[in-house]
Design a protein around this ligand. Sequence first.
Ligand SMILES: [Zn+2]
Ligand SMILES: [Zn+2]
Length: 127
Amino acid sequence: MRFSKQREAVYNVLCQTTSHPDVAWIYARTREIIPNISIATVYRNLQELLSIGKIKKLSAEGYAERYDANVSDHAHLVCSCCGKIVDIDMSQVDVKHSIAGVDRYEITFYGCCDECRNNKDASQNKQ
Ligand SMILES: [Zn+2]
Ligand SMILES: [Zn+2]
């Protein structure tokens, strides 16, 4: 297991954030732990983690591939105001789980996150 230490570092970096970062972000953080790691190595380790189901990859419209260490069932909201991708608890979402043959699904909402909505409300109240 020559790469297990690198893989662990990449995985730990991803576990410490809920911001659904892209490869460049993960690379920057992993370099703080393993300074001589290359972005190709980070990418390869992400693919390995994906293939063993330790992480998830998100594909959001107009974004580079983003990664998520949270592999539990949850949906995402892509904020069109600040660009953040936030987790949405599936208990808030009404999904039919009874479709035959479905073993995984991906749900992405596009809109405005709580923070941006609150900021908007706050600025409207001032007027
Ligand atoms: Zn936002
Ligand atoms: Zn997520």
